[in-house]
Design a protein around this ligand. Structure first.
Ligand code: GLU
Ligand code: MG
Length: 467
């Protein structure tokens, strides 16, 4: 379980001593530097690093970083609002020692996610990891709920020796094929070895649908740890690829057309050690709380897409009949509704049952995506929201009048439409607070402007190598 307390100047009790011992151990294992990892509002993974000897100083006093990164765009342009984007000020990055991991595919390096606090010692209101820690704390205090979460990771593998901006898949073998697994066998095996060495509990790894695409999933964890893991898995997937002359992209769409890279989120609500998505008297074994949680996520799904599908290229992926789940609907084991209820296999359901949220990609900041999904679901729990009738099949084929009558709507077809929905969602604003709401809105509007007038192919190209 992630430590939910905020970092404090001087360090949490005992942490400085722990860091001194850890740094000595790391140095003995050949580690020279610690990657301090965070994800910006645009979803770009950014880092600072410190030498291993400065680990204790970092957990005690943090490492400096400008707050201006809150309004960076994926192309490194900076947008400004009345609240954000000023060149002034400084923040402190505090690494989380519980998540510190020696990187198997980057010899000499260890990695840790960070929280950001102000120089006065207060949590930074624009820190997405702090936001998610707070959402998890509030779910426990306000509803007696704990959550388990997982984020699926899909990516495309390209050869590194091709045109820098282009995309030439490293394998053109069929979807899910043995050929693709064989063609990238050494890469794939080293990736599994690196994950194992780093304590990443891989559940599955397979060639996916799109050209050169793979998918890896890890076992569920508490939401903050799950978000941390999704960042670490991507760092590992990329670092191993580089050692094999390969290059990877987690961008939502590699090209203007076709199936993209998803980052489906899995969530389950638990109370007193019991999974509320199993063993209940509601549909498919859900309890009343799990149904209301699902109803809450469903009701907020159009606004959530501004957080979970944050990039103009996200809307190249979010098209019907591509398994991205682009309708406001839910169903049992359905792949075309926004929400898929997973009951699990008989005998395992108490552990396995969960809710899958599909319109999520890996341009999303995982801390914001999980925190906002929790806010949406908890709004449903608080209001005892009623889950509508389920669907089966692909809503793209529904009669329009029938779909309308059942509340099955297409999710936003553009980032501009998603931002419009987000602007009108007070529940997400309240959860995020004014600073993060402002950051999300400003960065999304900046991304919209950045690709103004570009056709689909050029939009895909603009983000292809940013994620
Ligand atoms: N690649 C699909 C997406 O964009 C998901 C495929 C799957 O269901 O795993 O979400
Ligand atoms: Mg997949």
């Amino acid at each position: 379980m992630t430590t939910l307390a905020d970092p404090v100047p001087g360090g949490r009790p005992g942490e400085a001593e722990r860091a001194v011992a850890l740094a000595a151990e790391l140095a003995g294992r050949g580690v020279h530097g610690i990657v301090l990892a965070y994800v910006d509002t645009a979803g770009v993974a950014r880092v600072k690093t410190v030498p291993v000897g400065k680990l204790a100083a970092a957990v005690s006093w943090g490492v400096g970083m400008s707050p201006v990164f809150d309004t960076f765009l994926a192309n490194d342009a900076i947008v400004a609002t009345d609240v954000l984007g000023s060149p002034d000020g400084d923040l402190r990055l505090f690494p989380d020692l519980d998540q510190l991991t020696v990187l198997a595919a980057q010899p000499g390096w260890a990695w840790a996610p960070v929280d950001r606090i102000t120089q006065d010692g207060a949590p930074h209101p624009g820190c997405s990891r702090t936001f998610l820690r707070r959402m998890v704390t509030d779910a426990g205090a306000g509803h007696g709920l704990e959550f388990r979460a997982g984020i699926e990771i899909e990516w495309a593998v390209a050869r590194a020796d091709t045109a820098p901006d282009g995309f030439e898949p490293a394998s053109t073998a069929p979807a899910y094929s043995a050929i693709r697994q064989i063609e990238l066998s050494d890469y794939a095996a080293e990736l599994l070895a690196a994950c194992a060495a780093q304590g990443l509990d891989v559940d599955q790894f397979h060639p996916e649908y799109a050209a050169g695409q793979f998918e890896l999933s890890v076992a569920p964890l508490d939401p903050v740890a799950a978000a941390d893991r999704s960042v670490l898995v991507r760092q590992t997937v990329r670092a191993v690829a580089q050692r094999h002359g390969l290059r990877v992209s987690f961008a939502p769409a590699l090209r203007g057309q076709g199936v993209g890279n998803g980052g489906h989120v899995h969530l389950s609500a638990w109370r007193d050690g019991e999974n509320l998505h199993s063993g209940g008297d509601r549909r498919h074994g859900m309890t009343a709380t799990a149904e209301s949680f699902t109803a809450g996520v469903l009701a907020h799904l159009p606004a959530l897409t501004a957080v979970t599908a944050p990039c103009p290229a996200s809307y190249l992926r979010l098209r019907p009949s591509q398994w991205a789940g682009v309708f406001t609907a839910w169903g049992l084991e359905t792949r075309e509704a926004g929400l898929r209820v997973i009951r699990g296999t008989a005998g395992q359901r108490g552990q396995a049952a969960n809710l899958e949220i599909k319109p999520v990609d890996l341009a999303a900041n995982p801390y914001l995506a999980l925190g906002c999904a929790l806010a949406a679901g908890l709004d449903g729990v608080g209001g005892e929201a009623v889950l509508p009738e389920e669907i089966t099949g692909d809503p793209a084929g529904f009669d329009p009048a029938d779909a309308e009558a059942r509340g099955v709507r297409r999710l936003p077809v553009s980032l501009a439409e998603a931002v419009g929905e987000f602007r009108a969602d007070p529940v997400l604003h309240k959860a995020l607070g004014t600073v993060l709401t402002d950051a999300v809105t400003a960065v999304r509007e900046g991304e919209i402007m950045a690709v103004d007038g570009l056709d689909d192919e050029h939009v895909a190209a603009a983000y292809r190598w940013k994620y």
